[in-house]
Write a protein that binds this ligand. Structure first.
Ligand SMILES: NC(=O)c1ccc[n+]([C@@H]2O[C@H](COP(=O)([O-])OP(=O)(O)OC[C@H]3O[C@@H](n4cnc5c(N)ncnc54)[C@H](OP(=O)(O)O)[C@@H]3O)[C@@H](O)[C@H]2O)c1
Length: 205
């Protein structure tokens, strides 16, 4: 599968490496331009290329967004229309400034910027070092990556990708209810757990 990556450091670079190692083609982008990504793509290997944000967005059937949340309005809506957009972002007021969400989750607000994208919230609950080092465990020891979306087909695609890189997908629900469960402060946020532990914790929420 062709996967675009927007944001190329802690989360973006590690996710790109995992997808490329699983046999996918990845185009990676950041704010400084493709030249700044030469050593990263060389290190990841033949399945990775550096791109502009627009090109990575156009290239990906799935596009993972891992930039500071306050930059979300810079994302290009047109090339992301119809794409599965994986929202790995979290909102922290101290970093991102005060944003008025009304009743929306951060992923629901993202859908206002990207009205035709198929947004799946995932890869946002796991610390990047855990993502980097703890994939490919076997059986029941696998760690969970949580997913939320209003688009069941998109959820299935992202679940398969998560499985392929050695984590266990666990569905938290819609972008509203599920997305809220995945936000900072939740018991499932930044708390590595197996599927059994995840289902138990979710049942209490
Ligand atoms: N760190 C974690 O463990 C973790 C875990 C889960 C979720 N998250 C969330 O994931 C997101 C990224 O976190 P991170 O720790 O990976 O951040 P990071 O290491 O600071 O990397 C941010 C990346 O985004 C790029 N970027 C910034 N603004 C951009 C824009 N407008 N267009 C394109 N690229 C842009 C930066 O480009 P340059 O390299 O050119 O500066 C950089 O590559 C955040 O929302 C964070 O809350 C983080």
């Amino acid at each position: 599968m062709n996967i675009g990556i927007i944001g190329a450091r802690n989360i973006g670079a590690n996710a790109a490496r995992l997808f490329a190692d699983a046999g996918h083609e990845v185009e990676i982008s950041n704010s400084r331009g493709p030249e700044s990504l030469a050593s990263l793509v060389e290190e990841i290997g033949a399945n990775a290329r550096a791109a502009t944000v627009e090109d990575a967005a156009s290239f990906g059937e799935v596009v993972l967004v891992a930039i500071p949340f306050w930059r979300y309005e810079s994302l290009p809506a047109e090339p992301l229309a119809g794409k599965i957009v994986v929202d790995a972002m979290n909102y922290y007021e101290g970093r991102d400034g005060r944003i008025d969400f009304g009743d929306l989750t951060s992923s629901e607000l993202l859908t206002r910027r990207l009205p035709d994208a198929r947004v799946v919230k995932a890869f946002n609950t796991m610390y990047y070092e855990t993502l980097r080092t703890e994939g490919n465990r076997s059986g029941r020891d696998r760690l969970v990556l949580f997913i939320a979306s209003d688009d069941e087909e998109a959820k299935a695609v992202v679940s398969r990708l998560i499985d392929e890189i050695g984590f266990e997908p666990v569905d938290t629900g819609s972008l509203g209810d599920g997305g809220r469960k995945q936000q900072p402060g939740s018991p499932i946020y930044n708390n590595p757990m197996t599927a059994g532990q995840a289902r138990e914790t979710l049942a209490g929420l």
